[in-house]
Design a binder for this molecule. Structure first.
Ligand SMILES: Cc1ncc(COP(=O)(O)O)c(C=O)c1O
Length: 370
C-alpha cells in the first residue's frame, strides 16, 4: 500500500544527500576498505566526541553494543540486571544472552523506567541496571545515577533511540559505564543496514569490547584472549553514517519542530494525551518517535491507516506477556495500560508541514464523528 503519509521515507531521505552517499560508497568499494578500516575509527571518534566521552566502539547493532557492554562489565550467571518491559525485546535478550537474570520494573508517565520501583527491585544479586531512553527522551538520570552509585550498580544505557538527546545538558550515553546506540535505518541517525556503537570513558572497557567484537583476536600479535563474537561495525556502514552524521543537529531541530506542530494541533483534544514535552535546561528530547496515548486506540489506528497514514504501535502486547519469554511473573500495570493506548505517528525529516496538518486533521475528525 502506498501511504499518503508514510511512517518513514527511506528513498526520499537518500535522495536528499545522494551525491555524498554515492561518493562515500564508491570510495569504500574502490579502496577495498571493508573491515575495521579508517572509516570505522573516524566514525567512532566523531560519535564519542559528540556524546562527550573518550571512546567509541563500533559494533554490528545496538543489541550487540549492550551485550558486549554487559560482558565487558563482567555481568554473568548469578547476577540480576534491572530494566523495563516497555522496550524493544533486545534490551532484555542481552541480559539473558550474557547468562544473567532480567528483573523488570514498571514505567512512568514519560514511558521510561520508574526509578522509585528501581530502588525497590534491588537485591543482593543486582549488579546492573539498563535504563532505556525511549522515543528520544532520557530517563531521570539524576535520580537513577544517585541510586546506582549508592547501591554500587553498573549502568548500561540503552540509548538506541536517543543519540543527541540530553538531560541536564549531558548527552544520552555519557552517564553510564557505557552508552549504547543503534543505527538501525529508522533511527535519527540511521545506516543503510544494521549498525551500532557503545561509548565509554573507560579505556579498559573499550579495549575489552574491541576484543569481544572481533573474536578476541588481538590484531597485530594474533593472540586470542578469549571467546568473542563477530560483532564488527561494517566499514561501509561507518562511511555512510559519517556522511549523514553532520546533518544530525539539523535533523534533530526538524524533529523537534514537527513534534511542536503535533503538540500544538492535538493538545486540548480530551481523547488523546501527547507525550511529555521538552523542558528547557532539563530534558532536550529528539523525538525518535512521537507517541500518543489515545482512547479507542485500535479504532483510531484503523481509521488513520484507511486515511493513508502509516502508524506503528510499539508495543501492543507488552513484552512480559509473550509466553515464550517466560517473564509473566512481573506485575507491571502501567506497562500494560500503556500498551493498550499508545500509537506512534509519522515523524521523520522528510515529513512536510502539510502532512503533519493532515494527520492532525484526521485525528480530530475521528473523534468528532461520534
Ligand atoms: C530501545 C531499543 N533498544 C535496543 C534496540 C536494538 O538495536 P538494534 O536493532 O540496532 O540491534 C532498539 C532498536 O530498535 C531499540 O529501539
Amino acid at each position: 500500500m502506498k501511504y499518503k503519509v508514510p511512517f518513514v521515507d527511506y528513498p526520499k531521505h537518500y535522495h536528499s544527500m545522494q551525491g555524498e552517499i554515492d561518493t562515500a560508497i564508491s570510495q569504500v568499494l574502490n579502496g577495498g576498505d571493508f573491515i575495521l578500516r579508517a572509516h570505522v575509527r573516524q566514525f567512532e571518534a566523531d560519535i564519542a566526541s559528540y556524546v562527550g566521552v573518550d571512546y567509541g566502539v563500533g559494533v554490528n547493532s545496538g543489541t550487540d553494543a549492550m551485550l558486549l557492554s554487559l560482558l565487558a562489565a563482567g555481568i554473568g550467571p548469578g547476577d540480576e540486571v534491572i530494566t523495563v518491559a516497555h522496550t524493544f525485546v533486545a534490551t532484555v535478550a542481552v541480559i539473558i544472552h550474557c547468562g544473567a537474570k532480567p528483573v523488570l520494573v514498571d514505567i512512568g508517565e514519560d514511558f521510561n523506567m520508574n526509578v522509585t520501583q528501581l530502588e525497590r527491585a534491588i537485591t543482593a544479586r543486582t549488579r546492573a541496571v539498563i535504563p532505556v531512553h525511549l522515543n528520544g527522551r532520557l530517563c531521570d538520570m539524576e535520580k537513577l545515577m544517585s541510586i546506582a552509585s549508592k547501591r554500587n550498580l553498573c549502568v548500561i544505557e540503552d540509548a538506541a533511540q536517543a543519540l543527541g538527546a540530553t538531560f541536564d545538558g549531558r548527552k544520552a550515553g555519557s552517564f553510564g559505564l557505557t552508552g549504547c546506540f543503534s543505527f538501525y535505518p529508522a533511527k535519527a541517525l540511521g545506516g543503510i543496514g544494521d549498525g551500532g556503537m557503545a561509548v565509554t570513558n573507560s579505556q579498559g572497557v573499550a579495549e575489552k569490547m574491541r576484543a569481544l567484537r572481533d573474536h578476541c583476536v588481538i590484531r597485530g600479535t594474533g593472540e586470542i584472549v578469549g571467546y568473542g563474537y563477530n560483532s564488527r561495525l561494517d566499514n561501509l556502514q561507518a562511511a555512510v553514517l559519517d556522511v549523514k552524521f553532520k546533518y544530525l543537529p539539523q535533523w534533530i531541530e526538524r524533529r523537534r519542530e514537527l513534534a511542536s506542530m503535533y503538540e500544538a494541533g492535538l493538545t486540548g483534544l480530551p481523547q488523546v494525551k501527547t507525550p511529555p514535552y521538552p523542558q528547557p535546561g532539563r530534558y532536550f528530547d529528539i523525538f525518535t518517535n512521537y507517541v500518543l496515548r489515545a482512547q479507542r486506540r485500535d479504532e483510531l489506528v484503523a481509521y488513520l491507516i484507511e486515511s493513508g497514514i502509516e502508524i506503528l504501535v510499539s508495543w501492543p502486547v507488552p513484552m512480559h506477556r509473550h509466553p515464550a519469554l517466560k517473564l509473566g511473573h512481573f506485575p507491571l500495570p502501567e506497562t500494560e495500560r500503556v500498551s493498550q493506548e499508545v500509537l506512534s505517528l509519522p515523524l521523520h525529516t522528510e515529513l512536510s508541514n502539510k502532512q503533519v496538518e493532515y494527520v492532525i486533521d484526521c485525528i480530530r475528525k475521528f473523534y468528532s464523528r461520534k
